[in-house]
Design a protein around this ligand. Structure first.
Ligand SMILES: [Zn+2]
Length: 221
């Protein structure tokens, strides 16, 4: 284990080393049920270590609930088997302007503290030959959000996948979110939030980017 000071610095700086989520080679050799059983066992130890009485009716089921929530809900996006199928269609109507999917819910967790990151994503692309179902964008965002994350990596992962399936670089992804590890601990800043913006192709032009930013500044319907 790295020394404690280094661990704290990494967490507070939200340092991330790679666009790929760091996963072990054997990450998915165990089944979900095996993982839930093992995590429940270890979480019970954590609770016991904190002095909690696990024989209490209210607490006895917590290790299992936490383990199931980690594997099936909060972090289901770690397992590639859960990745949404991103089927695309021919752009038959010849729509060649910007399509914006905005206010997509972000329910993520920071990988340094396992505390919630909550906010919204806004995604736009300018179709070439392929278009994608709108809800697929929401599903892709949710998939990448549901893993221990850093916000910079989240936008890059969404962007790269969309550029691949849409066969164009003309994609932009913006995420604005509140990090509970900033508001509830450490600096304890309740009001600040974080925006990350990543883009390619035509969105490298300021006018195109401004068009996107103007639309996402609108109030939700
Ligand atoms: Zn954090």
């Amino acid at each position: 284990m790295k020394n404690k000071e280094h661990i704290e610095i990494t967490g507070d700086n939200h340092f991330s080393s790679s666009i790929k989520t760091p996963l072990r080679a054997d990450a998915f050799e165990k089944s979900d049920d095996e993982k839930i059983k093992s995590i429940a066992h270890h979480f019970e130890k954590i609770m016991q270590e904190m002095g909690l009485d696990l024989t209490d009716d209210s607490l006895s089921g917590t290790p299992y609930r936490v383990a199931k929530m980690y594997i099936k809900e909060l972090f289901y996006g770690l397992n590639p088997i859960n990745k949404p199928k991103l089927s695309t269609f021919e752009n038959k109507y010849g729509y060649k302007k910007m399509l914006i999917e905005q206010n997509i819910t972000i329910d993520s967790a920071c990988e340094h503290h396992f505390l919630p990151i909550i906010g919204h994503a806004h995604v736009a692309y300018v179709p070439k030959n392929k278009v994608i179902g709108l809800s697929k964008i929401n599903r892709l965002v949710d998939y990448y959000a549901r893993r221990p994350q850093v916000q910079e990596r989240l936008v890059l992962q969404i962007l790269n996948d969309l550029q691949d399936v849409l066969e164009t670089k003309d994609v932009i992804v913006s995420v604005t979110a509140k990090h509970l590890c900033v508001s509830s601990r450490g600096i304890k800043d309740q009001s600040s939030f974080t925006t990350t913006l990543e883009y390619g192709g035509c969105f490298t032009e300021i006018a195109t980017r401004n068009e996107f930013l103007k639309v996402i500044a609108q109030q939700a319907i």
